[in-house]
Write a protein that binds this ligand. Structure first.
Ligand code: ADP
Length: 850
């Protein structure tokens, strides 16, 4: 499914990811740049200002230190010179008189009290070196440079005290700053003669020299009259000529001024200043700004690169995760999730999340609906269960008041729901005697909340609205709700059960009342129960109830247990015959023995069998009769012929006179023997010839029933049930009962024989009797056998026609003779649906044969 969000034309969505990553990276870089531009210069300016201040102070300190070092070089030099051998040697013979006020002697070359100039002039640039006596009067002057001795100094007599130590003094002489350094001068004996003083003008050269060896660049140092804020001297007169006021130079320089602490004896308040031109500052500031811009560019570029890369990698990773989640969600939710191969995965992710959330929301709504539906269903189901419950269900609170009850309760007890809600259950629905019991049941629940899960049952009497009592079984089940306990009371109406119990009890009496023996024997063969009718059986077995059966029967019973099937058997005692049906009840471990006294039945069967035998005998007899009649008829002819021919021969021989006596005798014998044979046959015929039938009025239906009982055994063997469709009207006929039974027996046997030729489940045999018009009774024998072929049909009633191996083919012939004797008719026909029908029509009625 393509997302509608994706299909929407959107340039951003079409931009490939790397390009978008770069664009976003550039945008972020620009943003960073702008932010840095706002923040960085300000921060840098303050850092720069602080740094500059520190640097300037550092610079100033360094310049001052260098200056001091330079001054120290002068003091060291003066000490060296004052202690030099040349000075002490020179002073040894010298003696300056107090009164001697001569103009000091001026040397323009190295004086005799100083060592060679080259030795000590490497560093310092003094203008004069003075030799001053103890009174402070300048006695000798060494003019080192071209500069004249300042006038202020020319007249000074007591410039320094005569203490024996090196002294350095910073002072202005004629508006020019000077460094005066002095040291005690002694002669060779160690006598203090005065001072050796060096004067160095602190001019451009001095200050430049003091900063020698250091790249001063544009830094200028100067001495400042602190009171007037005026420069006395500087290291660069061109830029900072002496006399310039501080305020004039403050625009162009960064000035750091420092005080001299070493020269506290100075006559004026002099300060040391270090000046850095603003132009230099601007160059440095410009350099810093350039550096800062470079750094900003590097930062922004790094940011762009890293962000682009991270964004790209992240989006790639997201894309992969997205695809996987998309596939997963497609499987899980059964709906496609947007995947595009190109373009911006972040937007796809956005679409995806939107769609996913929509799907999840849909699913949640669906689930909620489903849940609500299920809840409703479950609620309805519970309600239905409660309403459909066969037991009365009443919900009560802990005080026993009714909260709810179901339809069955309403119907069983005849109460209206609205009337009973809030009423006390026990008082309203229970018999007075049972009310305390019920309350005790409730109380025991409330007092032992631990047992509340148990269910308690009691049999009680409920009372209906009409005041009728009803036996009920009451079960109470506590239900722990969040804030309280309620109870469900189940009332099971026991009226039916009581009735059923009564029925069961009366049923239990059944075997004891049965006239036939009924016994129950357990698996080991012990008689558990025996009814009164079993007494003859027990007597025969020689045991009583509670005792074990004889070994044979014990064995039979264990066989029945093993097989799990009924077993039928006969027991013949001295005078009685019992049929015993042993039925196992395996689950309960016993067998039931149902006995039946069949002595009478067996006797009847015996009689019937005898009757049958008699019938068979009669059958055979009549068959023999028929045969004999036939034989006699057939033999009579040849015998008569033999007698006649023998007679003829005798007569001819007698007439011709040719016959010997012996031949005549022989022929006479033949004749008499043939006559004798004829007589025997005649007698035999008369002996077994047709007897006058013994007729009596008989019930044809009864006759049929008897015939069926004769062949019952044979029918059972053939697995055939003979159906008797007997006329409801009494069918009476005057017949020879034995002969008619013989006919019917023959027909039924033939039918059973025919049925053996077909499948068992197709076998059917019906005997039907009916009353016919004209005062006839019709007896039909129908079978579902193979039927009779056309050719056979014509020969059925011929003597000796049979299709059976052991048949005689006389049955139907005799039957026809008998039926015809009764003025009736017998016929056979083939049935359309297969099988054969034999029909016998005999006249009904009780009238005597004419
Ligand atoms: P038998 O039974 O000794 O053969 P019957 O005279 O009773 O002599 O029968 C003659 C023949 O008629 C039988 O062999 C049999 O072929 C035929 N038959 C008789 N009854 C039936 C029948 N119900 N179905 C088919 N064939 C029959």
């Amino acid at each position: 499914m393509q997302s509608p969000l994706i299909s929407r034309p959107n340039l951003l969505r079409r931009i490939p990811m790397p390009l978008l990553a770069i664009l976003v990276g550039l945008f972020c870089g620009l943003f960073v740049w702008l932010v840095l531009e706002q923040v960085q210069p300000r921060a840098l300016k303050s850092i720069f200002a602080d740094e500059l201040k520190v640097r300037l102070e550092q610079q100033a300190r360094e310049t001052l230190i260098r200056y001091n070092n330079y001054v120290t070089a002068h003091t060291s030099t003066i000490r060296l010179l004052a202690n030099h051998r040349k000075l002490s040697q020179y002073l040894e013979p010298v003696h300056w008189l107090e009164s001697d006020r001569e103009v000091p002697f001026v040397y323009y070359n190295t004086p005799p009290w100083l060592p060679n100039t080259a030795l000590w002039r490497t560093l310092i640039q003094p203008s004069h070196i003075l030799l001053i006596d103890k009174q402070g009067r300048t006695r000798e002057i060494y003019q080192v440079g071209k500069r004249n001795l300042p006038s202020e100094l020319a007249g000074i007599n007591e410039l320094f005290s005569s203490e024996n130590r090196v002294q350095a003094l910073l002072t202005t002489l004629g508006d020019e700053p000077y460094l005066l350094v002095s040291e005690t001068a002694e002669d060779a004996t160690g006598t203090v003669m005065g001072l050796l003083m060096m004067m160095a003008p602190i001019d451009e050269q001095f200050l430049t020299s003091s900063q020698q060896g250091v790249a001063l660049d544009d830094v200028v140092v100067g001495l400042l009259d602190a009171d007037e804020q005026r420069f006395l001297s500087s290291s660069d007169y061109k830029r900072l000529p002496p006399g310039v006021l501080m305020e004039k130079v403050e625009h162009d320089y960064q000035v750091t001024d420092q005080s001299f602490f070493e020269y506290e004896g100075s006559t004026i308040n002099i300060q040391f200043a270090t000046l850095v031109p603003n132009t230099v500052m601007e160059v440095i500031r410009g350099r810093v700004a350039g550096l800062e811009r470079r750094q900003r560019i590097i930062t922004a570029t790094a940011f762009v690169t890293i962000f682009t890369l991270v964004f790209y990698l992240l989006s790639e990773r997201l894309n992969r995760i997205l695809r996987r989640i998309s596939l997963f969600s497609r499987r899980a939710l059964g709906e496609a999730q947007p995947i595009i191969e190109q373009g911006n995965q972040l937007f796809v992710l956005e679409d995806w999340i939107k769609q996913f959330i929509r799907l999840v929301r849909d699913a949640r709504d669906e689930m909620r609906q489903q849940h609500e539906f299920e809840m409703q269903e479950s609620e309805a189901l519970k309600r239905t269960i409660m309403e459909a419950a066969l037991d009365s269900i009443v919900t009560i609170d802990e005080t026993g008041r009714i909260i709810e009850f179901n339809n069955t309760a309403a119907q069983t007890l005849g109460h209206d729901r609205d009337e009973v809600i809030g009423e006390s259950f026990a008082e309203l629905m229970l018999d007075v005697k049972n009310q305390p019991v019920f309350r005790n049941m409730l109380n025991s629940f409330l007092e032992n909340p631990g047992d509340q899960k148990e269910e308690v049952q009691h049999e009680m009497w409920a009372v209906t609205r009409e005041g009728n009592q009803l036996p009920v079984e009451i079960a109470i089940k506590p239900i722990q709700l969040q804030t309280r306990v309620v109870f469900t009371v189940y009332m099971h109406d026991m009226s039916n059960r009581r009735r059923a119990e009564q029925v069961i009890r009366s049923l239990a009496k059944f075997p004891s009342e049965s006239p036939s023996p009924v016994l129950r024997v357990n698996q080991p063969g012990v008689i558990i129960y025996a009814n009164a009718a079993s007494a003859p059986l027990l007597e025969y077995w020689g045991c009583e109830q509670g005792q074990t059966l004889p070994l044979y029967w014990k064995k039979r019973i264990s066989d029945v247990f093993l097989s799990g099937k009924d077993w039928e058997s006969q027991l013949v005692s001295d005078d009685r015959i019992y049929s015993l049906l042993i039925t196992p009840v395996v689950d309960l471990g016993y067998v039931n023995i149902y006995g039946r006294d069949i002595t009478a039945v067996r006797q009847a069967e015996h009689q019937a069998r005898e009757h049958q035998q008699e019938l068979i005998h009669v059958c055979r007899l009549s068959t023999m009769g028929e045969m004999a009649t036939g034989l006699a008829h057939e033999l009579n002819q040849p015998l008569s012929a033999i007698a006649n021919y023998a007679n003829g021969c005798v007569r001819r021989l007698q007439l011709s006179g040719n016959g010997g006596d012996d031949i005549l005798h022989a022929l006479g014998q033949i004749n008499s023997q043939a006559d004798r044979a004829g007589e025997i046959i005649k007698r035999l015929r008369s002996l077994i010839g047709k007897q006058p039938p013994i007729r009596s009025v008989a019930d044809i239906n009864q006759l049929v029933k008897e015939v069926c009982s004769f062949v019952e055994f044979q029918a059972r063997k053939a697995n055939v049930v003979i159906e008797q469709e007997l006329s409801l009207v009494l069918l009476k006929a005057r017949v020879d009962v034995v002969q008619i039974e013989q006919v019917l027996l023959n027909l039924v046997r033939n039918a059973l024989d025919a049925l053996l030729e077909i499948q068992e489940d197709e076998r059917s045999l019906i005997i039907r009797t009916s009353c016919q018009a004209g005062g006839y009774i019709l007896i039909e024998v129908l079978d579902s056998g193979p039927g009779i072929q056309d050719e056979a049909m014509g020969r059925l009633f011929e003597p000796f026609y049979t299709t059976k191996q052991s048949g005689m083919g006389m049955g139907l012939v005799i039957s026809q003779t008998i039926i015809e004797d009764h003025n009736g008719k017998i016929s056979a026909e083939r049935l359309e649906e297969g099988g054969t029908r034999f029909s016998i029509m005999i006249p009904s009625g009780e009238e005597r044969d004419g």
